[in-house]
Design a protein around this ligand. Structure first.
Ligand code: SF4
Ligand code: SF4
Length: 110
């Protein structure tokens, strides 16, 4: 059972293996941002994408560990905005967890 004091995302990682993660060029290192360019791909001149998030199965190149067991973002401090905006317990979170056969967060934390 997960440690109730530990952040629930550390036993999850589902959203990093469920969605395409696109963000503006200015979030990339070298363009005024902090996202490591080696972990992303250019989509258009203005848009970049986290590497692996348009693969099948989806898995962001920044994700470390195993989804549903122990997972974390390897570039947490430098992750792009879409990752910062997806909140634990949100609709997007629950949809990602369901996609990986994980129960909704509240239930999982009981
Ligand atoms: S799907 Fe939800 S609980 Fe899992 S890592 Fe993402 S935000 Fe955290
Ligand atoms: S950059 Fe980090 S938080 Fe964002 S999808 Fe990749 S592993 Fe997840």
């Amino acid at each position: 059972m997960a440690d109730p004091l530990e952040h629930p995302c550390l036993a999850c990682g589902a959203c990093c293996a469920a969605y395409r993660v696109d963000f503006a060029v200015y979030e990339i290192e070298g363009h005024g941002g902090s996202v490591p360019a080696g972990l992303a791909v250019e989509v258009t001149g203005n848009t970049w994408r986290m590497r692996g998030t348009d693969h099948v199965p989806i898995r962001c190149a920044g994700l470390v560990g195993k989804v549903g067991e122990r997972a974390s973002c390897g570039i947490y401090e430098w992750r792009p905005n879409p990752c910062r905006e997806l909140e634990p317990g949100s609709h997007g979170c629950e949809r990602a967890r369901a996609r990986h056969g994980l129960p909704p967060l509240e239930t999982a934390m009981l």
